[in-house]
Each structure stands twice: as C-alpha cells, then as structure tokens.
Design a protein around this ligand. Structure first.
Ligand SMILES: [Fe+2]
Ligand SMILES: [Fe+2]
Length: 167
C-alpha cells in the first residue's frame, strides 16, 4: 500500500476544515493529523493501527513532555480516526476522521489499490473503501455534499478500469 502522499494530503484537508470550523483547536487537529497513522509503522502487524497508533503516540508525546490534557485529546483523535470500535466524540476527532477519508478522494489511493488487485487477480477492494470513506464524511454533511462529485467520478473511473482485460 502506498502511503507516502497520504499525510501531506490529509494535512491540506485538515487546514481546509480549520478554515471552515475555526472553533476547532488547531494544535490538536494538526498534531493528530501528523500522528494519526503512526500505528502503521515500522511494519504492519495484526494489531489495528488505531490501537497501536494510540500507544506509539502516547510514548512519543510523553517523551516530549507534552501537556497531558492535550495529549488525551490527540490520542482520542488517533484512536477514533477509523470510526470503527471507537467513534469520534470531539469536534477535533470528527475532523480527523473526516480528513482521513476526504484525502483518499484527492489522492491516487483507490487507483493504486485497484492496480494491485488487478495484478493479483483479486476482487477490487476500492469499492468498499469508497463506501466507508463517503460514510465517514457524514459528520459534516455540507462538506460531504461538496465531495459527492469526486466520489462518483472515482467509482466510474475504477469501474471502467476494472473492465479492461489488462494482464
Ligand atoms: Fe489510518
Ligand atoms: Fe490515514
């Protein structure tokens, strides 16, 4: 999985959301976006990267002697960013879950996933990913609405790509 462009793209989305929701805490949002996928590194494991990410971010922030109240807010953003077993409760955590999904709509991730699946002759996982991503934008319906066109465009593009017998 190609992840390198993801965090800079998510940071752009974080700044976009901070402009729209200036009441959100900028420091919490930016720190969380930078750290939210730290659980993927150094290598993928069986453990959910949101759980491992929370642990690794805690180690890092404690080592940096970061304010403990703010640290808990950042850790919640990281833990809840996948909207699975832990849902985002604060505005900042909702923004992080949003930007994580929104960034997939403006980087080549669905296409890379689909190229990989075509190569391995597997069912395309990008469709389910797109569904989860559009769902995870629902905390901000008006911005979600702005992204519907991109979501439809990706779905069509992947469908057309899937049809081609390229081996
Ligand atoms: Fe993630
Ligand atoms: Fe992410």
């Amino acid at each position: 999985m190609i992840r390198l462009p993801h965090v800079p793209e998510a940071e752009k989305w974080a700044k976009f959301m901070l402009r729209k929701y200036p009441q959100a805490n900028e420091e919490i949002v930016l720190l969380s976006v930078w750290l939210h996928d730290i659980g993927h590194y150094p290598l993928p494991t069986e453990i959910d990267h949101a759980i491992r990410g929370e642990e690794r971010a805690r180690e890092f922030l404690e080592q940096e002697k970061y304010d403990s109240k703010k640290m808990e807010e950042v850790l919640h953003c990281i833990r809840a960013h996948r909207c699975r077993d832990v849902m985002p409760k604060t505005l900042e955590a909702k923004i992080i879950a949003f930007v994580d999904s929104a960034s997939h709509m403006t980087d080549p991730m669905y296409f890379y996933m689909s190229k990989q699946d075509k190569k391995n002759n597997e069912n395309f996982k990008a469709y389910a990913k797109m569904e989860r991503d559009i769902r995870d934008l629902s905390a901000f319906p008006e911005v979600q609405n702005e992204l519907i066109g991109l979501y439809d465009a990706w779905k069509n593009l992947i469908k057309e790509y899937e049809k081609i017998d390229l081996r």
